[in-house]
Design a protein around this ligand. Structure first.
Ligand SMILES: C[S@@+](CC[C@H](N)C(=O)[O-])C[C@H]1O[C@@H](n2cnc3c(N)ncnc32)[C@H](O)[C@@H]1O
Length: 258
């Protein structure tokens, strides 16, 4: 169990949700009854990357994460943090744990601004790993939830970060995650999505890396479009899309309507 909550870094399992609700307002519901269920697509397609206990031991290496991203890890982290905005006060939610030190950097920025960060993940092993990486005094809560059913009130966050999450989710799951993200981020708040994209026609990666990626990550192509973000629901707000590394990655910033 990932419990033994040592505030302010807190980890909640489904069984602790009720106690946590009492102990740690103001976010009322911290998890839900689906929390412990590992989605079928994760078990089937990503057991080797996230679910198996060995996955953390293998993949939690900065050089390996950077290699998988073709040397772009630092650049993408910096771009994600910059896109979230210069002001990091208030409440931020990160949908899903990531390997590497992105969350540490985010937590530092948020601590400096006296804000708070909730990190959601469905896998206890990933939350436990993140807990190990974080400074115990970080203003971070680790919540075991599914991104398709967030136990947070409408408009309860100022901003949300989704770093390489959506390409792993089948279309209907991705749609539910996006709907939940838009629901929990307040009017005027910001959503930042960093993920794979289809590089431009001149990019050699389009012809040798994309077919491999397609086999390893069977749902990633749902985010590939030669133009724009057709995979986003309509009317989410003002969308800015920046292509990175010849378009192999995209940074999408959504400013929610006021
Ligand atoms: C953010 S994604 C990819 C991160 C990227 N490959 C990296 O490590 O930099 C990986 C995480 O998403 C989580 N995840 C996937 N689907 C989820 C869902 N429906 N709800 C909550 N967490 C989910 C997995 O458990 C895993 O920890």
């Amino acid at each position: 169990m990932i419990a033994n909550a040592v505030p302010p870094v807190m980890a909640f399992s489904a069984a602790e949700a009720r106690a946590a609700t009492i102990a740690a307002p103001p976010i009322a519901a911290l998890t839900n009854s689906h929390a412990a269920q590992v989605p079928e697509y994760l078990r089937r397609h990503y057991w080797w990357a996230y679910v198996h206990p060995w996955a953390v031991r293998i993949f939690e290496r900065p050089w390996l994460v950077n290699l998988i991203l073709w040397g772009n890890y630092r650049r993408l982290c910096e771009a994600a943090l910059a896109a979230l905005g210069p002001v990091m006060s208030g409440r931020t939610v990160q949908l899903a744990c990531v390997y590497g030190d992105l969350t540490n950097q985010l937590a530092d920025d948020i601590a400096e601004a006296r804000g708070s960060l909730d990190v959601i993940d469905v896998l206890p092993v990933q939350l436990a790993n993140l807990r190990e990486k974080l400074d115990p005094h970080s203003p971070v809560r680790l919540l075991q939830q599914d991104t398709t059913a967030l136990a947070a009130a409408d408009g309860s966050y100022d901003r949300a970060l989704l770093f390489f999450l959506l390409h792993e989710q089948p279309e209907e799951v991705r749609a539910r995650t996006l709907a939940e993200t838009m629901r929990v981020v307040r009017p005027g708040g910001r959503v930042v999505i960093v993920d794979f994209a289809r590089p431009s026609r001149w990019h050699p990666m389009r012809y040798f890396w994309l077919p491999i990626l397609n086999r390893l990550e069977p749902f990633a192509s749902g985010l590939w479009a030669d133009k724009g973000t057709p995979w986003l629901p309509p009317d989410v707000g003002t969308v800015t899309r920046t292509a990175v590394f010849g378009g192999l990655y995209q940074i999408v910033t959504i400013d929610r309507p006021r």
